[in-house]
Write a new protein. Structure first.
Length: 220
């Protein structure tokens, strides 16, 4: 595991979102449901973009998401865009089984997923918009793999880094990781010290004072 991934996994979505705010960056998506509450995933990203309807005539016949699983390395994350508005699963049980067997960290999906209980039974974490029993077949299809996708208001590039937990998902460009991690780690250290002071008996008003309120003021 790379040093960057190790550092990323020690953080959480709230801390990373705060770091993005301080740096004037976007990249946080909220409103996702964690199929395994309390789980956290972090890693590099492969993307899947879905479109409405069946594949166009002459297109290769393949199950959506399969190419992304084959392309991903252990510990990586698959991010799926399914923003068609059609009630259809953009991820399912066999995909979860395949991703789990390959050692993937999990899935972040802007869309509905199905076979939720199966994913839970094997401990495979997914962060999504909701659940459905409807198949993707004849409803949505895979338009492309490893292309830019849109999750919430964020454009996610393949090869970027992501972290997701029950609070949200955060996407960080690879070329900004060092500075985002440095700021997030500094903020986390400050909050750890604040927690220590609270546990030692200091008043909340003293600990949560002006210094904390201005912690996210942009530098420069």
């Amino acid at each position: 595991m790379s040093e960057i991934i190790e550092r990323l996994r020690r953080l959480d979505a709230c801390g990373l979102s705060d770091a993005l705010d301080k740096l004037g960056m976007t990249g946080c998506v909220t409103g996702l449901i964690a199929t395994l509450p309390g789980s956290r995933i972090a890693g590099r990203v492969h993307t899947v973009k879905l479109a409405a309807g069946s594949p166009p005539p002459g297109a290769p016949v393949r199950h959506l998401g399969a190419a992304a699983i084959d392309a991903a390395a252990p510990g990586e994350i698959i991010v799926v865009e399914q923003r068609t508005g059609i009630d259809a699963g953009c991820w399912g049980g066999i995909l979860s089984q395949g991703a789990k067997a390959r050692g993937l960290a999990g899935v972040i999906a802007d869309g509905l997923i199905r076979d939720v209980d199966e994913a839970r039974s094997i401990g495979f974490p997914i962060f999504c918009r909701g659940f459905t029993a409807f198949t993707a077949r004849a409803r949505v299809h895979e338009a492309a793999t490893d292309v830019p996708v849109r999750i919430g208001d964020v454009v996610v590039e393949p090869g970027c880094y992501a972290l997701a937990d029950s609070s949200g998902a955060v996407f960080i460009p690879a070329d900004r990781m060092d500075e985002v991690l440095a700021v997030a780690e500094s903020l986390a250290a400050r909050e750890l010290e604040m927690t220590r002071r609270l546990q030692a008996g200091e008043s909340a008003s003293a600990v949560l004072g002006a210094n904390y309120e201005h912690a996210l003021k942009r530098e420069g």
